[in-house]
Each structure stands twice: as C-alpha cells, then as structure tokens.
Write a protein that binds this ligand. Structure first.
Ligand code: FNR
Length: 394
C-alpha cells in the first residue's frame, strides 16, 4: 500500500483525494492523468533532444505503434456480482512479495529529464513501495539509487560489457548494494537506429549522462589513461566502446549465472525459443519486451508474443512484460495473457521530466489507482484470479 493509505484501496483513495481537492479548492492535479496529455506536457517542458530521446523509437517507429495496436486486439469481458470490496493486488515474483504486480522499468540517462535523475524516481518508488529496476546506465550510481530505495524491492538491470571484469564488477557491486535480482538486457548488443537522435546528433552518454556506474567503477577507471574527472570526454567515449558485447551467445549466460547468487531475468525476449534458451541457461525468468520499439523497426508487438512465451515457460519461470503499458487496463490485459507482473516505462519518465519526484509519484499513483479499479470492475479481487477468460479477441 502506498504512503499512509494503509487500509484504503489505491483507486478509491486516489479518486477521493483528487475529487475532494478539486471540488473544495478548485485545484487540479499538477500532472495530467491521461497519457496523451502527459506526453504533450513533457514535450512542452523538456528540451527537444531530451524529449525525443524518450519518445523516439527505431527507424520509422512502426514497432512503437504495433505495441499499442496489439492492446486493441483484446477486449475485456468483465464479470459482475463478484464481491470486490477488498482487493489484494500483491503478488510473488522470484520469491519476493510485491504489493503490486508492477515494476518501474530500467530507464537510463534520467539526468537529462530532471537534475535529480534516478534519485527522484527511486524516492517516488520508495514512497509507493513499487519495485524499481535500476539501469546500468543510471544517471546516479547504483549504490546511491539503492540508498534511496531503502527496503523497496530493487533489481539491477545489467548491460553486459565486453570487458568481463567490468561485468563482474557491476554484478558484485549490485549484490553488495542489496539488489534482489539481476535483469540482463539482451536486445541491445548494438544501439538501435533512432532517427530522432541521429537527426539531432544526440546521445546523452557523450554529454556525461548515464555513465555514473562506469566512471565510479574501479575496473572501468583502470581502462582510462586519465581519471574521468580530468577527461570526461575520453571516459564517455570509452563507455561507448565497452558498454555491450555483441559477440554473446546463449552459452555465455551460464557464465553470468555462475558469477552471482542473484536470480537472473533476461530482458528483451520475443521468440519462444529464446525464452526456453534463457531458462535452459540459468535464467529464472524473462521480460517479454521489444525495448519500447527502440531497437528494431517493424518488429512484432511484444504483447503478441506474450501468450506463447507464457505457455512455453510460464509454469517453470517468471514472465514479466513491458512495451506499451500506459494504463491500468493494459496491465490487466498483460496479466490475463500470462504475465506475472508488468513494467511501466515511458509514462514515469515523462512524469520525471515534468515534475521530478512528484511527477513520478503522481504518474505511478494514477496508474495504480486505474489498475486497482480496473481489477475490481472486471470482477476480480486478486491478481492471481486474472486469467485468459477475462479477454476476447477484438
Ligand atoms: C529505456 N529502456 C531501457 N532498457 C534497459 O534495459 N536499460 C536501459 O537503460 C533502458 N533505457 C531506456 C531509456 C529510455 C528513455 C526508454 C524510453 C527506455 C527500455 C525500458 O526498460 C522498457 O523496455 C521500455 O520503456 C518499454 O516500452 P514503453 O512501455 O516505455 O513504451
């Protein structure tokens, strides 16, 4: 439960707060409730390059569109008279209890959106007790982000560097900083061709944002001729050289699994055979995701692959989902199609850009309220009751 709402459901609490405030004082929420309005506001307040970095996708951005259209392919068929007075939105993921089946997705370079970057997002996550996935490319160090998260479930997203020692170092730092799981992103051996960023000649890392975990790392520092404090540009350039390892194959995952006791979840899985490979090579789960359409143009919608992947590995492994989650009904559909939990991405990044910690808090609080009410209004009182019977194809 968020903040001080110990016995009040997310939806009713949020509704009461905004309606009472609105009717008594005439004040409306600072952050738009609709995703479309949120995005428009972000476009107004952010610098063009920062906004485009978040909003953009690979190539023609067809994948981004497919992600949304796929949700329209399913329609919800609610049940009535089901006693939904009390809801339990909690769920077990990799042995941890989450209050809600929602994580904040790893988003790098948040410093371009707000001066407090990940620290602001982590504080909002902590206030709502929503699990947070810290990117390798966070704008603040993973240790500082962990501090802000306190007892909130926290996972570390790994970009697997071609320097094995650096990868080992990042993993052991994540373990020491108290992260509960490792989410290794596999769909980014190369950065996708993002026309907006190419047109602007903009890459945040080269401006020094999103490389905090590298410049603070002893292995990375050893690679540099001069300390990053003396030559930031060379450090940023070295990051670009070393952040990924395009030569990886599934056999390498066994090595990663041998490096850590943390459970491993593979992010960026679309093919059912890859989901099986991930589990065969030591992963305890996957994230069905196309990186929000940022990597491959003309790609299949992530949602479309979810049922098959869930069917293939869902009994033995955790299946998470992201790419296109905007509202409560989207999360309900993804859960109905076999996800154990979903990740929220761009919406909270826009909230961060609009109003820092408060912006993220508002976006996530609205999202959870909407989700809670949708669960209830579809006739469910617990997340585990949501299944395929809730949906028909459009
Ligand atoms: C991302 N994403 C991402 N993924 C990851 O594994 N590591 C990262 O550092 C980042 N960074 C990042 C930055 C920005 C600006 C965006 C928008 C996305 C992908 C992210 O985790 C998630 O997969 C997508 O955001 C899901 O798509 P939607 O729902 O946000 O459209």
């Amino acid at each position: 439960m968020p903040d001080d709402t110990t016995s009040t459901p997310y939806g009713r609490f949020r509704q009461t707060t905004v309606y009472t405030t609105g009717m008594l004082t005439g004040e409306t929420p600072d952050v738009p409730a609709s995703y479309e309005a949120l995005k428009r506001r972000a476009a107004e307040v952010l610098e063009g390059d920062a906004y485009d970095y978040v909003a953009g996708g690979a190539g023609s951005e067809a994948t981004k569109r497919h992600n949304r259209v796929a949700f329209e392919d399913y329609r919800i068929v609610p049940r009535v008279m089901q006693d939904t007075a009390e809801r339990d939105l909690s769920t077990e993921v990799l042995g941890q209890t989450f209050d809600v089946p929602v994580l904040l997705a790893p988003i790098g370079a948040q410093g371009i959106l707000h001066e407090e970057g990940d620290l602001a997002s982590a504080r909002a996550a902590e206030r709502l007790n929503v699990p947070y996935v810290c990117s390798t490319q966070s704008s603040e160090t993973l240790e500082d982000v962990s501090e802000e998260l306190g007892e909130t479930p926290k996972w570390f997203q790994l970009y697997w560097s071609e320097d094995r020692e650096l990868t080992e170092s990042l993993v052991s730092r994540a373990e020491e900083a108290g992260y509960d799981a490792l989410m290794v992103t596999l769909d980014t051996p190369h950065l996708g061709w993002r026309e907006r960023d190419v047109s602007r000649g903009f890459l945040p890392f080269l401006a020094g944002d999103g490389i905090a975990n590298y410049v603070s790392d002893p292995v990375f520092r050893d690679r540099l001729a001069q300390p990053p404090e003396e030559n930031e540009r060379a450090a940023a350039q070295e990051f670009v050289e070393v952040f990924s390892d395009p030569s990886l194959t599934w056999a390498d995952l066994d090595w990663l699994a041998s490096q850590t006791d943390l459970p491993i979840v593979c992010k960026g899985i679309l093919h059912p055979a890859d989901a099986e490979q991930a589990v065969a090579h030591g992963a305890e789960g996957v994230v069905v995701s196309n990186h929000g359409g940022r990597q491959v143009d003309g790609e299949v919608a992530a949602l479309r692959q979810l049922p098959t992947i869930s069917h293939r590995i869902g009994d033995d492994a955790t299946v998470l989902f992201d790419s296109g989650i905007r509202r409560g009904a989207d999360a309900v559909k993804a859960l109905a199609l076999g996800a154990d939990a979903v990740m929220l991405g761009r919406p909270y990044a826009y909230g961060l850009g609009i109003d820092g910690e408060n912006g993220v808090h508002e976006v996530v609080e609205n999202f959870l309220a909407d989700f809670d009410l949708t669960v209830a209004l579809t006739g469910n009182d617990s997340v585990s009751d949501i299944d395929r019977d809730l949906l028909v194809e459009a």
